[in-house]
Design a protein around this ligand. Structure first.
Ligand SMILES: [Fe+2]
Ligand SMILES: [Fe+2]
Length: 164
């Protein structure tokens, strides 16, 4: 889906969120140590995702036109942000490695679905409902606030160990 220019910085952030969610899923598939995967999850949560969610909430919900967006779209965005925060907290707080792994797999799935939902449904609705002046203002703020997502990470736990 072609993104309008103002929302493009958020789509860049979505790209790294997808890359990193897939790293978590591959890490689980190659049976990487859950603690090692969790360290990565905590890092991307704090440096990328929390800020990204806040940027969406601050830049979208503060404009009156936000209320013109269909209720279920607004609720899905906000509810999934809360759900992900809750699941990350549960992951950190459980010492059961199986539960930890299941939670991280679920988090990665929700991140992937959440990005798809926003790119395919929520952002097009915003691009339609918000007037172009508002979109330009949002775009300027988003460019200033943009944080490039985590790409380099050691160890690359998502790679299959070569000795097995
Ligand atoms: Fe979001
Ligand atoms: Fe997003």
């Amino acid at each position: 889906m072609k993104r309008s220019e103002p929302l493009t910085p958020l789509s860049w952030e979505h790209h790294s969120a997808l890359v990193n969610a897939n790293r978590i899923k591959r890490g689980i598939a190659v049976q990487a140590d859950p603690i090692v995967i969790q360290e990565f999850l905590e890092y991307i949560w704090k440096t990328d995702l929390q800020g990204h969610f806040k940027r969406e909430e601050d830049n979208f919900t503060t404009h009156p036109a936000w209320n013109d967006i269909a209720d279920h779209l607004r609720r899905t965005m906000l509810n999934e942000h809360v759900e992900l925060e809750d699941l990350v907290e549960k992951t950190i707080n459980t010492s059961d490695r199986t539960v930890k792994t299941e939670l991280m797999d679920k988090i990665a799935d929700i991140i992937i679905a959440h990005v798809r939902f926003e790119e395919r449904q929520l952002y097009p609705a915003i691009e339609e409902a918000f007037d172009s002046d508002t979109l330009q203002k949002i775009g300027k703020a988003l460019k200033e606030q943009h944080v490039p997502g985590c790409i380099h990470w050691q160890p690359p736990f998502w790679e299959k160990p070569s000795n097995t």
